[in-house]
Design a protein around this ligand. Sequence first.
Ligand SMILES: C[S@@+](CC[C@H](N)C(=O)[O-])C[C@H]1O[C@@H](n2cnc3c(N)ncnc32)[C@H](O)[C@@H]1O
Length: 243
Amino acid sequence: MSIGCGSGLFEKHFLKKLLEWNKSIHFVGVDPNKVECIKTQEWCQELSKFQPEKFTFKIHPVELEKFESSQSFDIILLIHSFYYFSEIESSFQKVYELIGEEGIAIIAVAVKTAFNLPFSYLNQRLYQRQAFYSEDLYQLFSEQNIPFRQETIEFLVNITKCFQKDSQFSKHLLDFIFGVDTTYFSPSQLQFLLDYLSSNSQKLESGEIMIPTSTSLCYFQKKEQEEEIKKENSGKFVNLISN
Ligand SMILES: C[S@@+](CC[C@H](N)C(=O)[O-])C[C@H]1O[C@@H](n2cnc3c(N)ncnc32)[C@H](O)[C@@H]1O
């Protein structure tokens, strides 16, 4: 299952890899963005045509909070969708309920860096929306006593095209980076944001402008969590999952 499957940039490669390893898959995607769901629907149809006995799927164009299922899942992916949850504890509780007894959840979420600081700030200021990052997830894991593993991947993002004046592509890129429609920004506000990006970037010899950032890849198993609860006899997470 993928929560926040979007158009499935990651999911498509992941599922193809599982099929190459001769696994049978029933894939469920959940995402409120209907346009992106259609894209996932299309590549899933291709996969199921190619391997009908090994691959079935169902895409639900709803948000996680409204998704109902009597099924549980062996693998739950949350690939860059964690930021958008309306409320971290109840959404996490829902994810937990969807994991099968031997199941695993894999969460890719950005670490707070200079690159995503304007996104958090603007979303808070303009939409009163808090974006959640790896730090929030670790805090939740620690409060709920959930054992997890994580790796941090550091990389550079090429933002050269953000600085191309009067380009539609540059506007789309800035909208994406800041998570807002920059049409409504004054030229001086836009310049302020570009200066911010520039001052946190490095210029390569090739002329490309790159900004450093990182992503955390976390995973946890329900079984390990339940063993931990038994060991420590901590009622805290039991309350969370049974309320
Ligand atoms: C950055 S995209 C990631 C898409 C996909 N996982 C990928 O790797 O290509 C994040 C997705 O989370 C979805 N999303 C936002 N709020 C959500 C919610 N409450 N429940 C489920 N998905 C949500 C968005 O619609 C968006 O498609």
